[in-house]
Design a protein around this ligand. Structure first.
Ligand code: SF4
Length: 382
């Protein structure tokens, strides 16, 4: 969780502790009072994986990139409260405060707030900028890095997006990863893909790249990411050894079990799940694609869904005409996103309205500039 510019934040007018004891009704009432007071200047964003009581308070719900983009394009917006995780708030800050937008607002910044700074992402944390830079330097000893494109999944710190911007690289989302990889191979011979190995592998396999051409770089290995020089030279995509703690829970035996117990069941999973699960599933796609698949499913059809628990539950409630199951036998949710609850939301909103904003995410100008270049390349491709 680096790259947040050191900004001076005023002492909060209200302390968090006082909110923990308030009832849900009181918190909801006070949240709605702030919304009334701030009107269209305030946008509350809720990621699909967010808990229900928080998502009900959001103006927009969706995946991280879509939410940031819509909020950034809103002319009236002066403050974004992002009920997601840290990298999402960074992306919102980069997009909302890009030079064109700042100019349109006479230099006035949109404040981006993450209600709980401890809401990080375990996957994003698996690739620190120092590790990526060191991997890049090590790879340069074996291969020509001028012939290698770095691609970062949007689920990464802004420093990694900036790294890609500086090195002719690009950002991808789970819905455009294939177009981005194709673009990368039009530019150069090889790709370094981080931080999620599964999205990289599942996407590249669909394009005909083999597992032998996709060695996995271990940032904790003593030398060359634990790879031999030949494996690097023969590679098409070097995958970073990172994953999502939520999606890695889904296993092939879960798919087998459902197929055995419920004949005719269809399985839809996120590409952050491992290759074996993706191979066994009927459908694989981004959160948006999963939602769309369920929305268009014929009444009476049966589904096992391999993605975050809150989203699956919500789909279940919204589609009582379908039989929907969570693909794993245990509850796996995004526990860091879960840290954002009504007390944190109310606390951050009331401080914002009082002029003492807390947890402001402000990506430093240099990082934001290069991140934007990598994000813009993605927009040009998809
Ligand atoms: S679901 Fe996984 S990738 Fe998404 S924010 Fe949570 S830990 Fe990160």
């Amino acid at each position: 969780m680096t790259t947040t510019a050191p900004i001076t934040q005023p002492t909060p007018r209200f302390e968090l502790d006082a909110y923990q004891a308030l009832s849900e009704d009181v918190l909801i009432h006070r949240i709605s009072q702030v919304r009334e007071r701030m009107g269209s200047e305030l946008i509350i964003l809720g990621h699909h994986y967010q808990r229900d009581e928080v998502i009900q308070q959001s103006d927009l719900r969706g995946d991280s990139y879509k939410l940031s983009k819509i909020a950034a394009e809103n002319d009236a917006c002066r403050a974004i409260v992002f009920c997601g995780v840290h990298f999402m708030a960074e992306t919102a800050d980069i997009l909302a405060n890009q030079p064109d937008n700042l100019q349109r607002r006479d230099g006035q910044r949109v404040k981006v707030i993450l209600p709980d700074l401890a809401a990080g992402c375990s996957m994003a944390d698996m690739a620190a900028i120092e590790q990526v830079e060191s991997a890049w330097n090590e790879l340069a000893e074996v291969t020509d890095t001028a012939e290698m494109t770095p691609i970062t999944y949007v689920n990464s710190a802004a420093s990694l997006k900036a790294f890609c911007g500086r090195h002719g690289g690009i950002v991808c989302t789970s819905s455009n990863a294939e177009s981005v990889l194709r673009w990368a191979f039009q530019q150069r011979d090889r790709v370094l893909f981080f931080p999620d190995q599964h999205l990289g592998r599942n996407t590249a396999l669909r394009m005909g790249i083999t597992n032998q051409q996709m060695p996995v770089w271990d940032p904790f290995a003593d030398d060359l990411g634990g790879l031999d020089e030949g494996a690097i030279r023969d590679s098409k995509v070097i995958l970073w050894n990172g994953n999502c703690s939520v999606h890695q829970v889904f296993q092939p035996e879960h798919v087998h079990q459902f197929r055995k117990q419920i004949p005719g069941i269809q399985v839809v999973v996120h590409p952050e799940c491992c290759q074996q699960v993706n191979d066994l599933a009927d459908e694989s796609g981004s959160t948006g694609k999963i939602i769309e698949t369920i929305q268009h499913a014929p009444a009476g059809s049966k589904w096992a869904i391999g993605t975050e628990w809150h989203l699956v539950n919500r789909l279940k409630q919204q589609h009582p005409d379908l039989e929907i199951h969570f693909l794993a036998p245990i509850v796996c949710m995004c526990s860091t996103m879960y840290r954002i609850d009504l007390p944190h939301l109310c606390w951050s909103l009331e401080n914002l309205a009082a002029g003492t904003p807390v947890n402001v995410i402000h990506v430093d100008a240099e990082t934001a500039k290069w991140s934007l270049i990598a994000l813009q390349r993605m927009l040009d491709v998809s």
